[in-house]
Design a protein around this ligand. Structure first.
Ligand code: PEP
Ligand code: MG
Length: 327
């Protein structure tokens, strides 16, 4: 099987009826970028910038951040890289950051990610400058984690706009273009998408946090790991509404959570109209093999039916369709 996947490396992720799926990988360390060449992925759809903070003994200063981002962009060449600003807190706390050392009752829902970055805006400003400088002469794709309200996105983007102006005023080389995105991880934001979409370039659905909040089930608790299913109508209906809302706008929508790395779940996402996935590198081969064996004209009505049955039946139905179609 591994050889079969390796032979797919240089083949496009395209369905039998010619639908091209953008298949990207999630990464976080310099070494992870090798996976681009190994898998033949189209780019990095989620670069988790907090990894550098997590593996450092002290707060990484702006120069160190910039060096990492530039190395990653160099290694990616003309393949796009989406940098996610720091998602610190929750399960990812920093021992050297005193303000964050205190225990929270519910860290996943606590002072983390963009919430922390907007309050400690020195951190965000330094990261914005590092990203803008690293992407000089190229396109910078940046997205913000755990946005719950449109104003948080506006505030985060403003920091980038200000830092860009600071560099421009000093005659520094700037990115050719900046594309701004938001991670949809908090259900409340889905209720305000119409307010947000006109201001966005792309949306990336983080299904790890999103389903944690949708089911009120801690993603890190092994006792809950098997209890809720990504093929539940709750998830499928929720996601299909978001995908439909982005359709016909200029906002491109993708999924960057673990759900997209599993062939059956990825098949459901494609059946709902999703065309961009960012997944764990190990998933690229199996997911690409699935993509190349499906016809979306047959799949779409099958997936449309899944929202009217329980997760168990949906899983059975989709597995059966896959087997009958040589997936
Ligand atoms: C997610 O929440 O789905 C996601 C991709 O981000 P992380 O796993 O880093 O929280
Ligand atoms: Mg997340």
């Amino acid at each position: 099987r591994r050889e079969r996947f390796a032979s797919l490396r240089d083949m496009d992720a395209v369905t039998k009826d010619g639908v091209r799926i953008e298949l990207m990988i999630n990464a976080g360390l310099r070494e992870d970028v090798q996976a681009l060449d190994l898998t033949g992925a189209d780019g990095i759809g989620l670069f988790r910038t907090e990894f550098q903070f997590l593996v450092s003994a002290t707060m990484p200063q702006r120069e160190r951040q910039q060096r990492l981002y530039r190395d990653v962009l160099d290694a990616a060449g003309n393949r796009p890289v989406v940098f996610r600003t720091v998602d610190i807190g929750g399960d990812k706390s920093l021992p050297y950051m005193r303000a964050h050392a205190e225990q929270e009752e519910n860290p996943a829902m606590g002072w983390r990610a963009l919430r922390l970055a907007l309050d400690r805006d020195g951190l965000m400003k330094a990261q914005a400058r590092a990203l803008l400088e690293a992407a000089a002469g190229r396109t910078l794709n940046v997205m913000f984690p755990l946005v719950a309200e449109p104003w948080e996105y506006e505030a985060a983007r403003n920091i980038f706009v200000q830092q860009r102006k600071w560099l421009a005023d000093r005659g520094k080389k700037l990115p050719n273009a900046i594309r701004y995105g938001v991670m949809l991880e908090v259900p409340a934001l889905a209720e305000m998408l119409d307010i947000l979409l006109p201001h966005l370039d792309f949306l990336s659905i983080g299904t790890n946090d999103l389903t944690q909040f949708l089911f009120a089930a801690d993603r890190a608790d092994p006792r809950l790991a098997e209890r809720y299913d990504w093929l539940s109508p709750a998830v499928l209906r929720f996601l299909s509404r978001i995908i439909a809302q982005c359709d016909g706008t200029k906002v491109s929508v993708g999924v960057c959570g673990e759900m997209g790395g599993r062939p059956l779940e990825a098949m459901a996402l494609i059946g709902m109209g999703l065309r961009r996935l960012s997944i764990t590198p190990a998933g690229v081969g199996p997911v690409k093999a699935m993509i190349r064996s499906i016809d979306t004209r047959d799949l779409t009505p099958v997936v449309a039916d899944l929202i009217r049955m329980g997760a168990q039946d949906a899983r059975g139905q989709l597995t059966g369709w896959g087997e009958a179609n040589g997936v």
